[in-house]
Design a protein around this ligand. Structure first.
Ligand code: CA
Length: 221
């Protein structure tokens, strides 16, 4: 899942970015409204965290513009303390939810999960055969046996499982699992697919992760 943070306060943006990366999200940041708008046009985000008070184009105007253009990406708006009017205007501009600063990071995570659940699939668990991924605890099991994954491996597996039964290309994977610093010339995706295969498939007769030659990868039961 790839998230864009649009927040001009670098300290807050950095804090959110670090925390989300630790949870396995791919995260980009923009420090003003126009830069955010440009990144949304160029990349395929699953969610946007949008501050209201921003240089060049404020969050309300940006959100309204995105909705007018038909963008349906979930928007979580960050509002200043105690400003009811901000919240109302934010939701009216097309935001899906809001969070008042300062906030507990756990609450931000819970709201992100809720928004992604709504937009992607009403579920807290993904399953393919005997492979189960719990989106809340981040626990992964196969045939009841726990599998320890790094945050990046988890993010990649989550993406494959959300798209189970369909072929995902390397470009799709890089856009949803890696951030803007991803170097498209490397074979890092194949390397991570191999890590996952070792952990998920190697000890089992039935292989869930398949290579589709010339196209990408396919996770299926
Ligand atoms: Ca701000």
């Amino acid at each position: 899942m790839r998230i864009l943070i649009i927040e001009d306060e670098k300290k807050i943006a950095g804090f959110i970015k670090r925390g989300l990366k630790e949870e396995g999200y791919a995260v980009d940041s923009a420090y003003d409204g126009e830069e955010g708008y440009r990144l949304i046009a160029e990349n395929d985000y699953d969610l946007i965290i949008l501050d209201i008070m921003l240089p060049t184009c404020d969050g309300i105007t940006l959100c309204r513009r995105l909705r007018e253009e038909g963008t349906t990406i979930p928007v979580l708006m960050l509002t200043a303390k105690d400003s009811v009017q901000d919240k109302v205007t934010g939701l009216d501009s097309g935001a899906d939810d809001y969070l008042t600063k300062p906030f507990a990071f756990e609450e931000l995570l819970a709201r992100i999960r809720a928004l992604l659940r709504k937009s992607v699939k009403q579920t807290t668990k993904l399953q393919a055969g005997d492979l189960v991924l719990d989106l809340i605890t981040h626990r992964v099991t196969r045939a009841g046996e726990e599998i320890a994954l790094t945050t990046r491996e988890y993010a990649l597996l989550e993406y494959l499982m959300r798209n189970a039964g369909t072929v995902v290309t390397r470009t799709m994977i890089s856009e949803h699992v890696w951030d803007i610093d991803f170097d498209t010339d490397t074979n890092v995706i194949d390397v991570y697919i191999n890590y996952l295969r070792n952990k998920i498939d190697s000890r089992f007769q039935k292989k869930l992760i398949n290579t589709v030659r010339g196209r990408g990868y396919l996770l299926k039961d």
